[in-house]
Ligand binder design. Structure first.
Ligand code: ZN
Length: 433
């Protein structure tokens, strides 16, 4: 179908409908904050509003063509797969990653109520407006429009709304479980757009994330007699310094990061620190440092994980050689046969990592402003795409920037739908933060 017909049939974003839906979603944001164990989101509260909008157009109610699948692994924490069938079997386009949880917000630190939608001129404000409830509303509106207009498309269009994106403390809830169950396998047949850009510019590549935890065991003792203790806080600080130093030596800034406009190279750092509690006059017996590795796609994740484990094993074996702090600080108590110890645990969500490739194009040429880059592109037919993009660079920029602008009520475009007929050999996948 010609792009003009697609555009004409789908029309522009219905501002009232979009804002109405978004205000319902933001109204749930308090209950979908993700920070376990205190805050475990109930994504089904968002699912309910999406279903209210789409069920009347679904095969379930007989009201339309949408095939809706509500998939739940944890009570109240569902994912939603919505399918608009195309006419040509096997042709597929998908929008994935619109997540229904949000990061926490402390209302005392906000100038307006984060848990209800407020409108300031052209600006929509509230927790989750850009990340990611705004996208949930946007793609819901798109699927509703497809269901209503029954537009004839060669490609099947699939929207995957997911649970549990903002925190990986609890796994098996969201996209990882969908992938594991093979429910996203068929998306590999066509382009996949990861719809979770929290910033104001399109993203074409990302640093993957390896969450890590370093559990450090020392020996508890009164702080007045520190020579009888192994201070796990000192031990963790010294060990972490060694680990970070070795990491940055082994995985320095990569020259390709410049080429692709990455704002930051790979990093490995602590972000959380905890210990069991105790008096200020007590050297604790243990502590835990957690953080993440953000890896640009030019390094191999398995390599990094292996190296990190080696660093920790080396430190454990040679703990006497670590720097100490002051004359009685130590990490071994030979008389008592006690050594301080580090245990590293690494978690990594794999989404078919072997399929990930970087799109080998000089995107800067297209004069699109890329800031924080998020998606990783996989090319099945690279040469084809290279040629294609030299032709399509302008329209791509327009499509992406217009998609972004919908957050400010601008008309949305379904140029992407048109593009799919050109770019079906391209499989785009990414995995987010
Ligand atoms: Zn997000």
């Amino acid at each position: 179908m010609a792009s003009s017909v697609v555009k004409e049939t789908l029309g522009t974003l219905n501002k009232d409908s979009y804002v109405n839906l978004l205000s319902k979603l933001i109204g749930e944001s308090r209950y979908v904050q993700n920070n376990p164990p205190e805050l475990i989101p109930q994504e089904d509260r968002v699912v309910k509003h999406v279903l209210d909008a789409l069920l009347p157009l679904s095969t379930k109610t007989g009201g339309g063509p949408l095939v809706i699948n509500h998939i739940t692994y944890f009570t109240g924490r569902g994912n939603l797969i919505v399918e608009y069938p195309g006419t040509e079997p096997g042709k597929i386009l998908s929008f994935v990653g619109m997540h229904m949880d949000v990061v926490t917000a402390n209302p005392n630190e906000w100038e307006f109520d984060p848990f209800s939608l407020s409108i300031d001129g052209e600006k929509l404000c509230g927790r989750g407006t850009t990340d990611c409830l705004g996208h949930v509303a946007l793609v819901t509106e798109l699927m509703r429009k497809l269901g209503e207009t029954k537009l004839k498309l060669k490609s099947t269009v699939i929207a995957v709304f997911i649970a549990s994106e903002e925190n990986s403390a609890i796994t098996g809830v969201g996209v990882d479980a969908l992938v594991k169950d093979g429910l996203l396998n068929k998306l590999k047949g066509g382009p996949l757009y990861w719809i979770d850009t929290a910033d104001k510019q399109p993203c074409i590549g990302t640093g993957g994330m390896i969450p890590w935890k370093l559990h450090v065991t020392g020996k508890l003792f009164h702080s007045g007699l520190p020579h009888k203790a192994i201070n796990p806080l000192e031990l963790a600080m010294e060990a972490l310094k060694v680990i970070q130093t070795r990491f940055y030596k082994d995985f320095p800034p990569h020259p390709k990061e410049q080429v692709y406009g990455f704002e930051t190279p790979s990093t490995m750092k602590p972000t959380q620190w905890s210990y069991p509690g105790g008096g200020i006059n007590q050297i604790p017996g243990e502590c835990t440092v957690s953080g993440d590795v953000r890896l640009t796609p030019f390094y191999n994740v398995t390599d990094v994980m292996k190296r990190l484990q080696e660093y920790v094993d080396d430190i454990n074996e040679n703990i006497e050689k670590l720097d100490t702090r002051g004359p009685v600080s130590k990490y071994v108590l030979p008389d008592e046969n006690i050594r301080g110890r580090h245990v590293l645990s690494l978690r990594y969500l794999t989404l078919g990592r072997d399929d990930f490739r970087i799109l080998p194009l000089r995107w800067q040429r297209h004069k699109i402003k890329f800031g924080r880059l998020k998606c990783i592109f996989y090319l099945s037919i690279y040469k084809f795409i290279s040629n294609l993009f030299s032709v399509l660079n302008k329209s791509l920029a327009a499509v992406i920037s217009r998609l972004q602008m919908t957050m400010l009520y601008r008309s949305y475009t379904f140029g992407i739908l048109v593009m799919l007929s050109y770019i079906s050999p391209l499989f785009v996948f990414c995995y987010d933060t």
